[in-house]
Every structure is written in structure tokens, then in C-alpha cells.
Design a protein around this ligand. Structure first.
Ligand SMILES: Cc1cc2nc3c(=O)[nH]c(=O)nc-3n(C[C@H](O)[C@H](O)[C@H](O)COP(=O)(O)O)c2cc1C
Length: 192
């Protein structure tokens, strides 16, 4: 249990990466973790598109926006810092139109399975879904939920207690590591 809590604590969002490929075994494990996720009524409406190889990754990268809380020169990965893999999460609407919770669970499994191997990730909601849907060749029964970026991080990320209501924005410290304020347990839990 200690190891699981350590994994959960350190599995943060990472936004700068080494230009080192992720092995096929690890990619397969990330996908297997998604496949194993719980699903409403077990309908399993999600499918996945794997984007690897520098050229294809760049084709996706240009449609992604990173770290909305930071000025682009701080948050947007620069050349040489880009992810090396994207996995797109696709909703198959003919199976189930309400995929949001399924997608969240699958993404959580994927990012944890990746981090278990030291592979960091960033889920990207702020992407050009129209352009990416075309690039991926999605049908009219399919919708792009999210793309998730992966790579070996070159920075750290630390959680700190959120001391006041205005302090929800993450920031970079003097080492350019991310600092992520989280609401304290006592602020978000009420026991009946
Ligand atoms: C639904 C969702 C969408 C997100 N979209 C983006 C995004 O478009 N770009 C980005 O850089 N980070 C994105 N993130 C990452 C969040 O900014 C990040 O989870 C948050 O700052 C807390 O950091 P943590 O994941 O390390 O706890 C997204 C996270 C979630 C849950």
C-alpha cells in the first residue's frame, strides 16, 4: 500500500521530456491498463490510437496546448522537450454516448501504468479536436475525448498544500520543477 500511495503522489503531470523512446513492452502495458479499466454497464465504448515516431508525434503536437496556467514560454514544451508518444482516447458513440467517466478511469490507469516505469504523462484536453479527428480518420460515430502525451520527464513535480482559495494555479520553482497546490483534506472532506 505504501508503494501505491507513493506512486499516486509522484504520478503528476509532466510537461518536458527526454528524447528517449518508450519500449513497445511499456506501451503495451499502458494500453493493457486502459483495457482493464472499469466501464459503465461494461459496454467498453473507448478505443485508442497510438502515435509514435517523431514525425507523427509532431503532427499531433502542433494541435496541443500545454500548461494554460503559465505563460507559453514557461509551460509549452520547447524543441527537444516534446513528448515521444501520444495515445488518443476515442469515444465510440454507437456503443455509449456517455463516455466521460470511462475515459477518466482509462486515462488514470494508463498514466499510472506508465509512471510505474518512470514514464511521465500529460493529458491534453486543450487540443484542436477537429483537426486531430481528421488526422486520425475518425468516423461520424466517433469522438475524440483527449490525447495523452508520454515521455521520460526531465523535471520533477511536487504537491504542496493549498493555503488559500486563490492559490490553485500550479507554478514553476527556481529549478523549473512544477509545484502543484492541492486543497487540504480537511478542506474537501466532511464526515457525517
Ligand atoms: C480533464 C483534464 C484536462 C487537462 N488538459 C490539459 C491540457 O490541455 N494541457 C495541459 O498542459 N495540462 C492539462 N491537464 C493537466 C492539469 O493541468 C493537471 O492535472 C493539473 O495542473 C494538476 O496537476 P497534477 O496532474 O500534477 O495533479 C489536464 C488535466 C485534466 C484532468
Amino acid at each position: 500500500m505504501d508503494n501505491l500511495m507513493e506512486l499516486l503522489k509522484s504520478r503528476r503531470t509532466y510537461r518536458r521530456f527526454e528524447q528517449r523512446q518508450i519500449s513497445r513492452e511499456i506501451i503495451d502495458e499502458i494500453l493493457e491498463a486502459a483495457r482493464l479499466a472499469s466501464s459503465a454497464a461494461n459496454r467498453q465504448p473507448l478505443s485508442y490510437i497510438v502515435v509514435s515516431g517523431a514525425e507523427k508525434v509532431e503532427e499531433v503536437f502542433v494541435h496541443t496546448k500545454w500548461a494554460g496556467a503559465l505563460p507559453p514560454e514557461q509551460g509549452q514544451p520547447k524543441e527537444g522537450e516534446h513528448p515521444v508518444l501520444f495515445i488518443a482516447v476515442v469515444e465510440n458513440l454507437d456503443i455509449n454516448k456517455n463516455c466521460d467517466t470511462d475515459a477518466g478511469l482509462a486515462i488514470s490507469n494508463m498514466t499510472l501504468a506508465a509512471w510505474n516505469h518512470g514514464v511521465g504523462s500529460c493529458m491534453i484536453g486543450a487540443c484542436n479536436k477537429a483537426a486531430l479527428s481528421e488526422l486520425f480518420g475518425l468516423t461520424e460515430d466517433q469522438a475524440l475525448h483527449t490525447v495523452v502525451a508520454f515521455g521520460y520527464p526531465t523535471h520533477e513535480s511536487h504537491v504542496v498544500d493549498m493555503e488559500d482559495e486563490e492559490q490553485f494555479k500550479y507554478y514553476l520553482d527556481e529549478k523549473r520543477d512544477y509545484v502543484v497546490p492541492k486543497r487540504k483534506l480537511s478542506d474537501v472532506v466532511r464526515w457525517l
